[in-house]
Design a protein around this ligand. Structure first.
Ligand code: UN1
Length: 500
């Protein structure tokens, strides 16, 4: 399978339309988390590579910004068409490098295709505003201007979708991009860069520099010509980026963790709630920022919910996601497994009751990859660490509640605010919940995952810093408002003074 899909043994950086060796000449192996087989070698670049990528982007951006936006959009339409054509190929490679099951990999590629067509449409909008002037014979308007060169740093858990959320709006708005993909999942970046090349994006408008955070990410922040950093990843790294960008007064957009909860009220459709929890907690092996990791269940339904979840969890097929029958794939790497395992111990020490899972799967074929058994804790209290901290794995904590108010309070008590959900048939509870849940995304009668690309994506509090990916909100990250006043009176009119 690998041989057929991955033709090259090593990937190269993509700078100014050329595939180039990293100046370090250093590479590291990318492994398939399902079986630890080496897929490809990826560059470990450094500052020099970032400098040449930035230089290339700077030159290209000047010309790109002058291309009419509808023509810039044409490139994105072509990118979308190529991605659509190549959907299965991309999905299989995505499953191999990331581990997510093939059905979800197809879904992720689809997010990228959707984003291409959606943002291409913006090429004929990119709406600005006209506003009346205080003065006679004077016209006032505000337009979205590109910021210039933007830096994007993307994670391994959605290596193609998140790259499209950031690069497509940046490009349609007239920016050039320096992109550092996660070293765990460089194949999607390589494939997307090839697609941009085939779609006719001019050289230098997108530049890909592979490498680790300290070698490449920090060098990107140091570049004065990179005017915006858009980052999705862990909270610790995001905070470091924010403070470094703060010192340099660089605009930064952060999307980080979540501790997303499903609330199951006493009038919920329990079958639906069980499906929603299973899908959003164990899909992608819990490795989504939006994954459900807490369930606040009305005490009257607690026993029933436990029983039904346990029944369904026992049926989950675990293994290599390329097999269509598999529902839960591996964890990205040993570090991920160790972190999840440490939280099992923490939960036990805190007195939570472990109902299922809680272990690394090491028997038979599982020993070849990084697998963690879907895990359910119950009798969890909201102040336990397992109820507050992001685990990023297939671990769910059930917290019994007595009322919606209590559930909302618990939901809002954590440091994150990405996604939340409520299962209820009561319209009053629906409206109360959507207003009072302090998260950037709220679902009603659905799990916590599955955001659509044409709505803003992001969260409150420790999840980010007020910006949003996706939707039209993404344009706010990659453009500057420019206010333009045109005086056609033929005389000098003094604002705030010559007003009659
Ligand atoms: C992420 O985990 O960072 O809403 C992105 C979802 C997906 C995107 C998740 N559309 O679950």
């Amino acid at each position: 399978m690998n041989q057929k899909l991955m033709k090259q043994e090593k990937l190269l950086n993509f700078i100014n339309g050329e595939w180039v060796e990293p100046s370090t000449e250093k590479f590291t192996a990318v492994k398939n988390p399902a079986n630890k087989e080496t897929l490809v070698q990826v560059p470990l670049s450094n500052k020099e590579d970032v400098e040449s990528a930035t230089e290339s982007a700077k030159k290209a951006q000047k010309r790109w910004a002058l291309v009419p936006a509808p023509q810039r959009a044409e490139v994105l339409y072509r990118v979308g068409l190529i991605m659509k054509d190549r959907k299965e190929h991309l999905a299989q490679l995505l499953t191999m490098e990331n581990g997510k099951v093939i059905e979800e990999a197809r879904g992720e590629v689809q997010e990228g295709i959707d984003m291409a067509f959606y943002m291409a449409g913006e090429g004929r909008r990119l709406f600005g505003q006209t506003t009346p002037s205080e003065l006679k014979d004077k016209f006032a308007m505000s337009v979205r201007a590109p910021v210039g060169v933007v830096g994007i740093i993307t994670p391994w858990n959605f290596p193609i979708a998140i790259a499209t959320w950031k690069s497509f709006p940046a490009i349609v708005a007239g920016n050039a991009v320096v992109w550092k993909p996660a070293t765990e999942t460089p194949i999607m970046a390589f494939e997307l860069a090839k697609i941009f090349e085939e779609a006719g994006l001019p050289n230098g408008v997108i530049n890909v520099v592979f490498g680790s955070g300290s070698g490449v990410g920090e060098a990107m922040i140091e570049q004065d010509d990179i005017r915006v950093i858009s980052f999705t990843g862990s909270n610790n790294v995001g905070r470091r980026i924010a403070s470094k960008c703060g010192e340099k007064l660089k605009k930064v957009s952060l999307e980080m963790g979540g501790k997303n909860a499903v609330i199951v009220m006493d009038d919920a459709d329990l079958t639906l709630a069980v499906e929603g929890i299973l899908w959003s907690a164990f899909g992608t092996s819990g490795q989504r920022c939006t994954a459900c990791s807490r369930v606040m269940v009305h005490e009257s339904l607690k026993n029933q919910l436990e029983e039904r979840l346990l029944n369904e969890m026992a049926k989950l097929s675990i293994g290599n996601g390329l097999d269509e029958s598999i529902k839960v794939g591996p964890i990205i790497n040993q570090g991920g497994l160790d972190k999840i395992k440490s939280y099992i111990q923490i939960g036990r020490n805190e007195g939570a009751k472990l109902l299922a899972g809680g272990y690394i799967m090491e028997n038979g074929a599982f020993a070849k990859g990084h697998y963690f058994a879907p895990t359910l804790f119950t009798d969890v209290s909201p102040d336990m660490r397992i109820a507050k901290e992001e685990i990023f794995g297939p671990v769910v904590s059930l917290i019994p509640i007595k009322s919606l108010e209590e559930a909302i309070e618990i939901n809002n008590s954590v440091e994150y605010g990405l996604s939340s959900s409520i299962f209820t048939r009561d319209v009053n509870k629906v409206f109360q919940a959507q207003r009072d849940l302090d998260t950037g995304i709220v679902y009603v009668n659905a799990g916590t995952t599955g955001a659509e690309i044409h709505l803003p994506f992001g969260g409150t509090k420790g999840t980010g810093n007020g910006h949003r990916d996706s939707g039209l909100a993404a344009l706010d990250v990659f453009t500057e408002w420019k206010s333009i006043y045109v005086d056609f009176s033929g005389k000098l009119q003094r604002a705030q003074i010559d007003v009659e």
